[in-house]
Ligand binder design. Structure first.
Ligand SMILES: Cc1ncc(COP(=O)(O)O)c(C=O)c1O
Length: 308
């Protein structure tokens, strides 16, 4: 069983910091019924110098607004107001580090699919959260399985929107894999090519080159973008193209990337060992550099950090 979210003092809801217990919504909240909502997952790290910094806040807020725009939801706050609230929620709760969840949803009022007058509501929640796929997974790698569920088709759900409803597909796939004894699932797109994991993008290394699928069916991950830039800085060729599942079977290294999962090595897929079965040198270098960047130790990437 998973662990409940660690309670903090305050939650930001519709422009106000309110006590945790009071952050409630009505059962007629439209998003609860039909799933039209958008969200973000952001991390704030305690840096080496003792300060705290939110990682790539601007890019996450831009994606939140793009997600809402795609779903025709008008967020009734400016990007500056939402960004400031993301910063404030940490200080108000005296948190040095943690996970940040902005969520925009349709409130109650009209019901039915063509509800046009319901308010767009926004909440921002922060809580302490450790490694999403476990400390052992981060260190030694995880076991994965290709899902029997297909990832989104671009004309069924909108894949550029981090939409609430898109995650039913992820939850079904995750449950299937966990119940079968694996830690994570890797999903194929409607054409049968590798798309992404249930909540992470994917990279593999083969003969000194790194490959990642295009983001047609997959979310355009912000960590994915960080990793691509890191690989370029390390002079390791990175190629974006369609990937078949058996290419993963014979990869030298395989790893997943995401705000929650950070850089998690994969040691097994469909009961086949990847490479030596241990995190490989490229994965380890990427992981090490990533933690240095998010903790403010890399002078080149200070512009990715918003200090509290
Ligand atoms: C389905 C999916 N793919 C990929 C990612 C990775 O995206 P990011 O690196 O922006 O967190 C996430 C996490 O938000 C996700 O939910």
């Amino acid at each position: 069983m998973g662990k409940a979210v660690e309670k903090v003092e305050k939650i930001w809801l519709d422009g106000k910091m309110i006590p945790w217990e009071e952050a409630q919504v009505h059962v007629l909240t439209h998003t609860l019924h039909y799933g039209l909502g958008v969200f973000e997952g952001i991390r704030c790290y305690e840096c080496e110098d003792g300060r705290s910094a939110i990682f790539r806040l601007k890019e996450h807020i831009d994606r939140l607004y793009d997600s809402a725009h795609i779903l025709m939801m008008e967020i009734p706050f400016s990007k500056e107001e939402i960004s400031q609230a993301c910063i404030d929620i940490f200080s108000v709760n005296k948190l040095k580090a943690g996970y940040l969840r902005p969520l925009a949803f349709l409130g109650d009022g009209e019901m039915g699919l063509y509800a046009t007058s319901n308010p767009v509501r926004v909440t921002i929640i922060a809580w302490p959260w450790g490694s999403y796929l476990g400390d052992d997974g981060i260190k030694n790698g995880i076991r994965t399985k290709i899902s029997s569920y297909t990832r989104h088709h671009v004309n069924i759900t909108m894949t550029k929107s981090k939409a609430v409803a898109n995650y039913v597909n992820s939850i079904l796939a995750k449950r299937e894999a966990k119940l079968a004894g694996y830690e994570e699932t890797i999903m194929l797109d409607p054409e049968g090519f590798v798309a992404e994991a249930s909540g992470e993008n994917l990279f593999f290394a083969k003969n000194g080159k790194v490959f990642t699928p295009p983001t047609t069916s997959a979310l355009e991950g912000i960590t994915r973008d960080v990793v691509i830039q890191m690989l370029q800085e390390m002079n390791i060729p990175v190629i974006q193209r369609n990937i078949s599942r058996d290419e993963l079977y014979v990869a030298d290294e395989l790893f997943l990337t995401g705000t929650a999962a950070e850089i998690t090595p994969v040691r097994e897929i469909d009961d086949r060992r990847i490479g030596s079965g241990k995190p490989g040198p490229i994965t380890q270098a990427i992981q090490e550099n990533y933690f240095k960047i998010v903790k403010g130790c890399n002078k080149e990437h200070q512009n990715w950090l918003t200090y509290l």
